[in-house]
Design a protein around this ligand. Structure first.
Ligand SMILES: Nc1ncnc2c1ncn2[C@@H]1O[C@H](COP(=O)(O)OP(=O)(O)OP(=O)(O)O)[C@@H](O)[C@H]1O
Length: 296
């Protein structure tokens, strides 16, 4: 199997603080991977390690089988679009495309030109005068025209309105289908990721909480609701992800392969958003500890 990203006990420290700890992941090629987590979770740090802009403090990372940014050849295989869509405000779109052609050995000039035309952007317009959505599309075009095997996008839609976000995501998916490359993109907007990602990494407090193919994760996570204090009746092969209680009712998100046969529980499926929130919710983490106590 070809992996686009492999990390083993990867960690990054800024000063005394770990921004990313003990991160071990194996991401197969051919996926659109959503990297999701709250502010400060370590998403940008992981993406910068993957693009060779940062060196690990601990552990190992390899991208497309090589050291990130290790050689010019390796750099050419990975596209990176940073969080703040870095463009040169004084340069026109056409000048950005010329610069891209000069800097990237696999540059696809036709694709870049066609994409800009399809977006209805005049090549003579300066980047500094474009709207947030147009800037994001130009930055995406530069990333795509590099013809990378892996495209890394750090919060590419953060500044866009819902329509522009949808259009951006649609065009990204179209490009992955047309040119067959892998994508890792971070976002806070789970509903956007839900539409296009088939693989997810949930990062909270500098640690990977869960990772895997979306279909597989949704097939093994359930929400259970039942009368209060029934947590001790969960089968031991169910891992409690989060648990909450009201006066009358307990709600638990569990991970497990075995069917829940206990009629005290009503079992329902989760959306990706439910699943991610269950792992992200700090209160849930507190409750999880409490729930584990109850089970002992
Ligand atoms: N250059 C730096 N120097 C010191 N601390 C940093 C630096 N960059 C990031 N950090 C810290 O590392 C942690 C992880 O930051 P990172 O930017 O990776 O998180 P993030 O998940 O991308 O956050 P956001 O969603 O807000 O962009 C945060 O606590 C942040 O303050």
């Amino acid at each position: 199997m070809t992996f686009v990203l492999q990390a083993q006990a990867l960690g990054k420290k800024y000063g005394k603080r770990w921004a990313l700890s003990d991160c071990s992941i194996d991401i197969p090629a051919g996926h659109v991977v959503g990297l999701v987590g709250p502010n400060g979770a370590g998403k940008t740090t992981l993406l910068k390690l993957a693009s060779g802009q940062l060196e690990p403090t601990a552990g190992d990372i390899s991208v497309l089988g090589g050291r990130p940014g290790g050689t010019p050849g390796q750099l050419a295989r990975v596209g990176f679009v940073a969080q703040d869509t870095p463009l040169y405000a004084g340069l026109t779109i056409a000048e950005h495309l010329r610069l891209g052609a000069r800097l990237n050995p696999r540059w696809d000039a036709d694709m870049a030109r066609e994409r800009i035309a399809r977006l209805g952007l005049a090549p003579s317009r300066r980047a500094g005068r474009l709207s947030g959505g147009e800037r994001a599309q130009l930055a995406l075009t530069l990333g795509l025209a590099k013809r990378p095997e892996l495209l890394i996008l750090d919060e590419p839609v953060a500044s866009l309105d819902p329509l522009a976000r949808r259009e951006f995501m649609q065009r990204l998916v179209e490009a992955t289908v047309e040119h067959e490359f892998s994508v890792v993109l971070s976002s806070h907007l789970i509903s956007d990721l839900e539409r296009i990602c088939d693989y997810v990494i949930v990062l909270v407090d500098s640690r990977v909480q869960v990772t895997g193919e979306v279909d597989g994760l949704l097939a093994t996570h359930y929400r259970l609701t039942g009368p209060r204090r029934t947590l001790d009746r969960l089968p031991s092969d169910q891992h409690v992800v989060s648990a909450g209680e009201t006066d009358r009712q307990s709600t638990v998100v569990v991970r497990g392969d075995a069917a829940i046969l206990d009629p005290a529980w009503t079992v329902s499926r989760l959306s990706l958003e439910d699943l991610v929130l269950a792992y992200m919710d700090k209160h849930a983490a507190g409750n999880r500890r409490a729930a584990v106590e109850v089970q002992r």
